[in-house]
Design a protein around this ligand. Sequence first.
Ligand code: IMO
Ligand code: MG
Length: 428
Amino acid sequence: MPAYAVIGGQWGDEGKGKVIDYLAGDVDSVVRYAGGNNAGHTVVNEKGTFQLHLVPSGICWPDAYGIIGNGVVVDPDVLVHELTEISGRGIDTSRLYISERAHVIMPYHVVLDRYEEEARGAAAIGTTGRGIGPAYMDKTGRIGVRVGDLLDWDALVPMVTKILEHKNAIITKIYGGEALALTDVLDKCKLWAEQLKPFAQPTEQLIQDLLAQNKRVLLEGAQGTLLDIDHGSYPYVTSSSPSIGGACTGLGLNPQAISGVLGVFKAYSTRVGGGPMPSELHDGEGEAIREKAQEFGVTTGRARRIGWFDGVAGKYSQLVNGFTGLVLTRLDILDGFKSVKVCVAYEVNGERLDRFPANTGLLAQCEPVFEELPGWDEPTASVTELSQLPKNALAYVRRIEELVGCRAQIISTGPRRDETIQVEPVFV
Ligand code: IMO
Ligand code: MG
């Protein structure tokens, strides 16, 4: 059976956790391919509300395997904490596997994330402070420590000794900070080796075997396309590849194995952290959406910036990912608005722009061209059939489909699994 990807179409926080959980009942395995514990995926089920940062959201289903692929960066302390917490709440965590090629977020990565952000001053990215950027920098800089390295103590000690010398020089000489003690870092590595050993696997082979056995694999995206290191609003991005290409490199999976690419979009826009967001609202309407939707970060608790749906960015996201279906989430939040707006183009220096620009300075100058659509009074909240949607809500969905250039396969009308409209089947 083939693999299906679920990818954030915007700036993250699109509701991927709910979508993965909704689909995971019909799959054999849920696999994370990028990012780390900068992600915050919320799953609501009969056991309560789960906020997962690293463990694939499919773990909440009793039969699905959870796999953390090579493209993910793993903070073992966070992983162990998360596993302890969810197993304490009745979730079976014995079906989790971690790629031995996945990179480890080391203690100095978290320290450096903070110093680097401080040094950026007014141009701060607003990172989650979890060491994500520094860990990926070391990966591409070829001085990373991988899960497999933790398991080879004799090779690890000289490796970490050398790396730490270099990191401590940066921490003390550039940032005037305090050096990390080698013994502390090695002690951590020793503990992590014991903790991670039962999970470490050649996961590319595992995924290949699952597919060969006709098992269905769901690829769980983290972050969103507009935060992609290559395709996002650089440098206000994360350091990995949340878009579809990242799913292949982040798992060792060939593109032919992927039959469906679902793009998850919120019915409006949010962004947390710095960087341009052309359709951002700075008025009471944005505040109203934030309060109603409780748009505060799962990972950092920060208030999310709010905007209307950005059709220009959506079309670009479609171009990068080739979505085969859309998932529109949080439509219910717009219930009761007199009118709703969508951004259909940008305007910059008096000229109309229909494409998402690569130049982030230019993107920051873009003013949104809004189209206003009539709102709806009847609730979409908890609706489960397309035919039950208020006429204007359906017209809004159709307009978004048109702007992005892809049909909606799922519409989410609330946080629970059953608050979902399955417009058409996802798995074919
Ligand atoms: P999920 O999976 C929203 C943002 C941060 C910051 C930028 C870089 O829940 O959609 P990083 O710590 O990755 O170096 O921060 O990326 N960011 C997210 N925003 N949802 C996420 O994940 C995010 N992960 C990172 O706020 O602007
Ligand atoms: Mg998040």
